[in-house]
Design a protein around this ligand. Structure first.
Ligand code: GLN
Length: 237
């Protein structure tokens, strides 16, 4: 089975190794006998006719400013895909732009596409360091670096709770957001390399949606991935 992975704005929105998420998903799909087809979608490029997974990464405020006009043109299409159950993983800067807006420290309001009912405001401190988040899909380990403080509207589920680390805003212990099969998170690292169970959650949802059947993925040895997560967890912030 072919699985179409779309990486949105790989040039403008791709810091702290977020491209790794695409590599991890591709490799874990291949190991299970699926055929990943990767599409890099930049400014002005059309989304391919078949879209199974959409990935977006983090970026500087300046990178976010570069993509907002293009993203606005995709608002209806991306919201329709989210409603239709397409799997999406948006990290940091793209997570913020999947909300209503990001108000930068400089006072620029960067509009988002409102897939998530949340807003983000830049602060004058950066939230930096290793972070551990407890989610319904297990523990996630990553690295955060952002100035934006994200507030979820009532009714929007956080992806996880972070006793260690700042997460969405450093105050309510929420980390990330999730609706349908769309996930937003501040975790770089890249997030999927140290959290193979979460990568498999995304793959399972994607294959189940495509096939209309329950899927049991072949287990893999995740020894190295989990060893990396343990090292990151033990490092001081
Ligand atoms: N520019 C945004 C912020 O500082 C996003 C940062 C990021 O993607 N790492 O909040």
């Amino acid at each position: 089975m072919k699985v179409h992975i779309i990486h949105l704005y790989p040039k403008e929105m791709n810091i702290y190794g977020d491209t790794g998420n695409r590599l991890v998903l591709s490799q874990r799909l291949k190991w299970r006998g699926y055929e990943p087809i990767v599409h890099l979608v930049g400014l002005g490029d059309k989304l391919p006719a078949e879209t199974d997974i959409i990935l977006g990464g983090g970026g500087q405020d300046s990178g976010q400013a570069l993509v907002i006009d293009d993203l606005a043109k995709r608002q209806a299409e991306l919201n329709a895909m989210a409603d239709d159950g397409v799997t999406m993983l948006m990290i940091c800067g793209m997570y913020q732009l999947f909300g209503h807006y990001f108000l930068t420290q400089d006072g620029d309001k960067l509009p988002g596409i409102s897939v998530f009912n949340l807003v983000t405001r830049g602060s004058n401190q950066r939230l930096i360091g290793n972070i551990v988040s407890e989610t319904p899909f297990g523990q996630l380990v990553g690295y955060e670096n952002h100035s934006g403080l994200t507030e979820l509207a009532k009714g929007l589920a956080a992806l996880g709770k972070c006793p260690k680390g700042q997460g969405n805003n450093g105050a309510d212990q929420n980390e990330g957001a999730t609706v349908q099969n769309v996930f937003g998170s501040y975790l770089h690292g890249p997030i999927l390399s140290k959290n193979p169970h979460f990568a498999d959650e995304l793959i399972t949802r994607t294959i189940e949606r495509k096939s209309g059947q329950k899927v049991q993925l072949t287990p893999l040895s995740d020894e190295l991935e989990l060893a990396a997560a343990n090292v990151a967890k033990s490092r001081p912030r």
